[in-house]
Ligand binder design. Structure first.
Ligand SMILES: Cc1cc2nc3c(=O)[nH]c(=O)nc-3n(C[C@H](O)[C@H](O)[C@H](O)COP(=O)(O)OP(=O)(O)OC[C@H]3O[C@@H](n4cnc5c(N)ncnc54)[C@H](O)[C@@H]3O)c2cc1C
Length: 467
């Protein structure tokens, strides 16, 4: 049976099929996070959208579990499977840049770093996240919060169209006019609705930025003042502040102990205005290291170690404020962890992201002011028993109001947390669209939205009303 399936796929596809007997299987099955050690029956490195349609067509009716992989960074391990098929897009890396029209057509096997480097050669950019090796597939479908979030919004705010192979094997174009319900859903609803094979993005002129890492001592006073400054800063400035015990890094003086704010700053605008915007952060305390400087935008993604596979537990949430007492809680929890690395990541939002109406896309947390991600990184998966309770307690201690969740930072946390990612009527609306495009839940290895059968009427009504 397995041999038969393998032969059928090999005969049908332009791309490669990798089985457990093939050299390179172990490398091909590995994903970014350590501790996710699954053995797919086959890994299919598709070559084009036709291959994707064929895999979907062959596996749809009673086939094996299907995992879809772009960059392989899912923290929940959704892009691999035990005994199923990995549809691996990583060899689909075509990129066409229209410098005049300021748009890009990108196949979904590209990473954020690859796209950014290529666009950057023309002084253009689309915003992704803080890490170059993340796939444009996963980050875009979940929203995309990064270094340009306050200036240009989420990645999905620059998504003009997508090509998606849906569960019936058809390749659809989704944009504001064509399949607008699907286009709404894939902007935040993740991989629930099909396999995205190509995205069309808007590009912005982002030639030089003032950016890089600023390291400050993490006292409660400095943490809360940092957040205050980040909120008051011009929209050109987006910040990602990692509060953590000092890691052993060559640029940190050996005598330095205690907790640090290792902040990444990115000012996307004129250099002199950038220097002025960053001055208040430099004045919060004597910087321990200051690597913020004018640079070309792609330099914000430094080279990464390919063999880095951290094991981690994490929680994501939104909060309204990080005042002195919240900052004090952060410092205390970090002090209490004995993980290899413990971190509270603070991302001040607002700006362009907040100006998009909450129901314009499936990412509904538009008015959330600050995203906080807490995480423990450790060596072996069995240490989760120690660190997972700490992560849970830390997240509970920081929770303010609804809390919510950013889908791209969710782990395998259950349905209630998926609902946290899709507040108000968002979840029901997504379920209705799922019912239309994937009624048998073929695409279920994701932060899954079960297809609704009833409720379709309401959704159809909304669509016909032009929503
Ligand atoms: C080190 C690190 C840093 C990160 N930083 C940021 C950040 O700054 N900002 C941010 O917003 N997020 C960030 N993330 C989260 C990241 O956006 C998500 O993990 C994202 O889902 C990863 O995308 P991927 O394609 O690499 O992952 P994959 O594991 O390949 O895919 C993740 C999910 O998306 C689905 N999927 C992927 N591609 C497709 C496709 N083409 N069609 C259909 N479904 C698809 C998969 O099936 C899976 O469910 C970070 C993650 C890591 C590990």
């Amino acid at each position: 049976m397995a041999r038969h399936r393998e032969a059928r796929l090999r005969a049908a596809l332009n791309g490669r099929v990798i089985s457990p007997d093939d050299a390179g299987y172990d490398e091909a099955r590995s994903v970014f996070y350590g501790g996710i050690d699954r053995r797919p029956a086959l890994i299919v490195r598709v070559a084009d959208a036709t291959d994707v349609s064929r895999v979907v067509g062959l596996e749809r009716d009673g086939g094996l579990e299907l995992a879809v992989r772009s960059g392989g960074h899912s923290g929940a391990g959704h892009s691999t499977t035990d005994g199923g098929i990995v549809l691996d897009l990583s060899e689909m890396k075509n990129l066409e840049i229209d410098t005049e029209g300021r748009t890009a057509l990108a196949q979904t096997g590209l990473t954020a770093g690859e796209y950014t480097t290529a666009a950057g050669a023309h002084g253009l950019a689309t915003g992704f996240g803080d890490t170059g090796s993340v796939g444009i597939g996963g980050i875009t479908l979940g929203g995309g919060v990064g270094y340009l979030v306050r200036k240009y919004g989420l990645t999905i705010d620059d998504l003009l169209a997508a090509e998606v192979v849906t569960a019936d094997g058809e390749l659809l174009r989704a944009d504001a006019e064509t399949h607008p319900d699907l286009f709404w859903a894939i902007r935040g609803g993740g991989g629930n609705f099909g396999v995205a094979t190509r995205f069309q993005y808007r590009l912005h002129e982002v030639e030089e930025i003032v950016g890089g890492m600023l390291v400050l001592p993490a006292t409660p006073e400095v943490i809360s003042s940092f957040v205050e400054e980040a909120e008051a800063a011009p929209e050109e400035l987006s910040t990602i502040a990692n509060v953590m015990p000092a890691p052993p890094m060559p640029f940190l003086p050996a005598e330095h102990h205690g907790q640090l704010i290792m902040a990444m700053l990115c000012y996307a605008g004129p250099i002199d205005a950038g220097e002025r915007a960053i001055a208040p952060f430099r004045a919060l305390a004597e910087p321990i290291a200051d690597m913020v400087k004018p640079m070309r935008y792609p330099e914000i993604y430094p080279p990464e170690q390919g063999d880095y596979h951290p094991v981690a537990s994490g929680r994501t949430m939104f909060v309204d404020t990080i005042d002195r007492s919240v900052a004090q809680t952060i410092v205390e929890y970090l002090k209490a962890s004995n993980a290899q690395m413990a971190v509270a990541q603070i991302r001040v939002l607002g700006g362009a992201m907040a100006r998009v109406p909450a129901d314009a896309t499936a990412f509904a947390h538009r008015s959330s002011r600050i995203m906080v991600n807490v995480a423990a990184v450790y060596e072996r998966p069995d240490e989760a028993a120690v660190h997972e309770p700490w992560v849970r307690a830390f997240a509970a201690a920081l929770r303010q109001g609804e809390g919510g969740a950013y889908v791209n930072f969710l782990g395998d946390e259950g349905e209630a947390r998926i609902r946290d990612a899709y507040p108000g009527s968002t979840f029901e609306r997504l379920a209705a669209i799922k019912g239309r495009y994937d009624p048998t839940n073929l695409f279920r290895l994701n932060q899954n939205i079960p297809p609704a059968t009833e409720g379709r009427t309401t959704e159809q009504q909304r669509t016909s009303e032009g929503l």
